[in-house]
Structure formats: C-alpha cells, structure tokens
Design a protein around this ligand. Structure first.
Ligand code: GN1
Ligand code: MG
Length: 361
C-alpha cells in the first residue's frame, strides 16, 4: 500500500487518497481503484504489463491519440457528460507524460468514471447498445490523423498464432502435448479456413482499420441502469486490425452462455439472441463505412475468435503458462476446452447467422 501510495503521488491527481484496492478481472495488467476523500474524483491505477506491452511509450501515444480524437468527436457532435464517455489519463506532476516508471514497472492513472459499472455478462438489450458503442468507436476512429503503432505486432494474425502454437508443440517444454493431441488435431483441421482474413488482406480485398481488439464484455463501462454503454475501456490493444476483431471478441464473451473458463462444457453454447441484438446495434453505427466483404464475414468472425482464443490458451498451456494469469495448474487447458466447445456451437449456428445478416442488408 505504501508503495502504491508513493506511485499515485507522482501523478497530478486531485484530493486526498483514502483507499486503494484491486479492481476487475484483467488477465494481463494489475488494476486498482483509488478512492479519494470528499467529492474529488476517484481514480484507476494500473501497472502496465511491459513484458507483453514492450513499447510502453508507443502504447501511451496510441491511447492519448485515441482518447483525444474521440473527445473531439463527442464535442463536435454536441454530446454532454463527455467525461463519462471517454477515458481521461492523468499526467505526472512533473513533465507531461501519462505514465511513470518506478525503476521496475510502468504505471498509469486514469479518472474513474463516476456512477458506472462493468459486467461479466450481457442481456440482448445491453448487447444491442454494446454493438452500437463498438460500431461507433470504430467509426469515430476512421479519420484519426495520428499513425498508431501495433502495440503487440500481429496481435490478431491467425497465421502467426498458429505458428506460435506449432512452435510450442514442437518444443513441448513441459511435456503437455500428448494429453492435448485430440484438441490439436481438431484445431489443425480448421487451420486453413480460419486464416481466410489474412489471405483476403493479401489479395487486397480486406482492409485494416483502427479497432479496439479486446472487446470482452468486461471492457465496457455501463451507466448505473446497466443498459447503456457509457464508454469503452482497456485501450492497450487499440491498433490497426480487421473489424472482425471487435465483432468476434464481443461474440466470444457476450454470446457465450457459459464462462470463458467454464469447467462444465454443457454450460457453453452460442446465444443467438445476443448475436442478433449485437449485430443489429453494430451495423446501425458501422454500416456506413463497412465493405460488403466485411459484413458477409461477420459469421466467420464469430468463429474466428473462439478458435484463436483456443489456439492462444492452448499454446500457453503447452508452454507452461507463461502468458495468461492462471488460478490453478490446468486453468489454460480448461479455458482451451471451453473456447473450443463455444466454437463448435458457433459452427452449428453459422447458417442461421448468415440468414440473419441477409435480412439486415
Ligand atoms: C486478455 O487484458 P484482458 O484480460 O482484457 C488478452 C486478450 C484475450 C483475453 C482473454 C493483451 O485480455 O487478447 O482475448 O485476455 N489481452 C492481451 O480473456 O493479450
Ligand atoms: Mg480488460
């Protein structure tokens, strides 16, 4: 606590800190809420995982550019309550940087959005609004003037993720390959089809756009009513990608009737009501800039992300759990199986998804 207080003290915050405690369920960074006395704002303190985000300066450059651009767009649109609709990063007391290096770790502070909450699950109603929010997020960023860096190069490149899995299998550093061979075979069967986006991009048919790239349900702040999305958070991975990233990762988390790491695979199914509501919301704000090939491939995106996440969790399991935070030794295997079950359910629903998208065109 002493240490955290010293770090917070580097930032130009208002008020007197009364409490600091852990916040949220992120798998990468460490997050704390910082409460202050009286009516000064509360804050969020985060330790940036710089083993994963190695270019912290580039990362904060992206985030500052994105939040500045969105703020201007909201102002131009005559919106009110803008401080609850876009994140505000707090500069250091000395200098104008928005991050602090304590000799070991990188830290940043943002204003806690008052009267807001996050959820681990959505309803059809709230996912319609989430769809609108992510469509709008992408559409506001189509004309961002700054060049954004890829904070994790090739983050959602399926070909690279498969290569990493195959390298893990070849090395088999902790002897886990044998037990997961059946799942590996299932993944290999689908490998070609799942790399379709990379091929379309090489053929010049599919563009990259600025995307959020981590549209998990819990990366959105909802208003107190639990229905309206105020603000999209966790901007570390905002970078050029296929729009499939944002559509697909929301589906992966929002339309899963179970948990990402459900041990009971019977809980895990793809929820078509959430799919329909989110897709309607998303297309209502994104249709104007999307190409037909992007819209047509939304069902592919819904499959791609549980597939990619199975590949990533399984690679981490095989590598001996070096990337994702785990709570117990087989956690990454449990996650892999749950994501694969979700993929199978998505596959069953693909014709229905395609038919639904036709009705929205
Ligand atoms: C990570 O940081 P968090 O928990 O929101 C990961 C995502 C994965 C997700 C799986 C930088 O997101 O890509 O989809 O876990 N972020 C990074 O839950 O790897
Ligand atoms: Mg998060």
């Amino acid at each position: 606590m002493e240490k955290l207080n010293k770090i917070i003290d580097q930032f130009d915050i208002k008020g007197t800190v009364s409490e600091v405690k852990p916040l949220g369920n992120g798998l990468i960074n460490d997050t704390y809420v910082v409460r202050t006395e009286g009516d000064t704002p509360d804050y969020v303190l985060q330790r940036i995982n710089h083993h994963i985000f190695t270019d912290v300066e580039g990362l904060q450059h992206n985030i500052e550019a994105v939040t500045r651009h969105i703020r201007r767009k909201l102002e131009a649109a005559g919106e009110t309550d803008i401080d609850r609709k876009v994140l505000t990063f707090v500069p250091l007391k000395h200098g104008d940087k928005t991050y602090y290096f304590d000799g070991e770790s990188y830290w940043r502070v943002m204003v806690f959005i008052p009267r807001s909450k996050t959820f681990e699950a959505v309803t059809p109603e709230s996912s319609r609004d989430a769809g609108r929010a992510f469509g709008r997020f992408q559409s506001m960023l189509v004309d961002i003037p700054e060049q954004l860096v890829e904070t994790i190069p090739d983050f959602h490149n399926m070909e690279l993720r498969l290569r990493q899995l195959r390298e893990a299998v070849a090395a088999d550093p902790v002897g886990r390959v044998k037990e997961v061979q059946p799942l590996l075979d299932e993944l290999e069967k689908r490998a070609d089809e799942m790399c379709k986006a990379e091929r379309l991009h090489r053929e010049g048919k599919l563009p990259k756009r600025i995307c959020h790239c981590d549209t998990k349900v819990n990366n959105m702040m909802f208003d107190e009513d639990g229905k309206t999305v105020l603000c999209v958070i966790d901007l570390d991975t905002v970078m050029p990608s296929f729009i499939f990233s944002d559509f697909g990762d929301f589906m992966r988390t929002g339309a899963n009737t179970g948990a990402e790491d459900d041990k009971n695979l019977d809980n895990v199914e793809f929820n078509m009501d959430i799919f329909k509501a989110f897709t309607e919301g998303y297309l209502s704000t994104a249709k104007d800039f999307l190409l037909p090939i992007e819209i047509e491939n939304l069902p592919y995106a819904a499959a791609l992300f549980p597939y990619m996440q199975t590949v990533r969790f399984l690679a981490d399991y095989i590598n001996g759990d070096t990337y994702y935070k785990i709570q117990y030794p087989e956690h990454n295997l449990v996650r892999s199986n749950a994501q694969f079950k979700l993929l199978q359910s998505v596959e069953k629903h693909t014709p229905e998804m395609k038919a639904f998208i036709e009705t929205l065109k």
